[in-house]
Structures are given as structure tokens and as C-alpha cells.
Design a protein around this ligand. Structure first.
Ligand SMILES: [Zn+2]
Length: 161
């Protein structure tokens, strides 16, 4: 990605990824500072830690790593979890405050309204996960009620096939 070349701080992070894994960082530039900060913290615990994957997954920062120091793994894992918190509020493209957006093809990214509008995929802000679950529940309840109503109708009022 060109963005990676324009951001020199990413180079040492890319070199942590074994070459055979493919040295890619699949997140938008808005999250680079979060990653650089995370790398600094991880390296303080294990200077030779290995990165396996950095990507965006359903609007979340997903970082996989490995360390030969098994006893330090949990501490490092906690840092990765903590880094995902700020990323969960930042536009992946520009680093401004962002929220979940869904494209017309159904892919989900965390974007600010300006970047969502500029993207070609037709992103629209989604309601929070909680709202989505609540509305899915409502739809399921309506469908169940409709089903009960249809099956309770006398046979002769049903449409003739
Ligand atoms: Zn943005």
C-alpha cells in the first residue's frame, strides 16, 4: 500500500512481520498512530516480538503477535486489547472521531462522516450494535406474530393455492 511508504514510522513495524507472512498492514492511515504507540509498548516488554497480522476486522483493530517469552504473553495481549479501545473511536482513514459505517455491499468500517461520504462504496452510518440487535429482535417478533395470525385464520379464508 502507498500509505505505508508515506509513513516511515511503519517501516520497523512491517519488518517485525516474517517475510513469508506477507508484510502488509491492512488498516487505514487514521489508525497508524495507534499502531505505532502499541508497537512501542510491546517492544518495551519484548524487543524481539514478532507481528503476525495487523488488520481491520468489522471496524475493529485486530493485531496478532507472538513472543518467545511465554510468561510475557498475557501482559502483551492486554496492551493489544487496550490499543483496540482508542481505535474503536477513530476514523480509520483520517483519525478523526469515527463511527461504524456500512457499505451497500455490507462491509463495515469505522469512519467519520466526511470520509464515509468521500468513499466510493456508499457508506452509511449504522446504528450501534445494540440498536441493531434490538431491531432484529423486533422484526423476529413481528414475523412470529404474523405467522400466528395466518395459522389462526379459518381454512376457507386462506388464499386458495
Ligand atoms: Zn475520516
Amino acid at each position: 500500500m502507498d500509505d505505508e511508504d508515506q509513513y516511515p514510522a511503519l517501516q520497523p513495524i512491517l519488518r517485525r512481520i516474517p517475510e513469508e507472512w506477507g508484510r502488509n498492514i491492512d488498516i487505514g492511515p487514521g489508525w497508524y498512530p495507534v499502531l505505532v504507540d502499541l508497537d512501542r509498548q510491546l517492544a518495551a516488554i519484548d524487543p524481539d516480538y514478532v507481528l503476525k497480522q495487523v488488520k481491520e476486522e468489522a471496524g475493529e483493530l485486530d493485531v496478532r503477535f507472538d513472543t518467545v517469552h511465554g510468561e510475557r504473553y498475557q501482559q502483551m495481549r492486554a496492551l493489544v486489547r487496550d490499543a483496540a479501545q482508542p481505535a474503536a473511536h477513530l476514523c480509520e482513514e483520517c483519525g478523526a472521531a469515527g463511527s461504524l459505517n456500512q457499505s451497500c455491499e455490507g462491509s463495515v468500517r469505522r469512519l467519520c462522516s466526511a470520509c464515509a461520504a468521500a468513499a466510493q462504496e456508499g457508506y452509511e452510518a449504522t446504528s450501534s450494535d445494540l440498536d441493531t440487535r434490538a431491531s432484529l429482535h423486533r422484526i423476529a417478533m413481528q414475523a412470529a406474530a404474523q405467522h400466528r395470525l395466518l395459522t389462526s385464520l379459518p381454512a376457507r379464508s386462506r388464499p386458495v393455492p
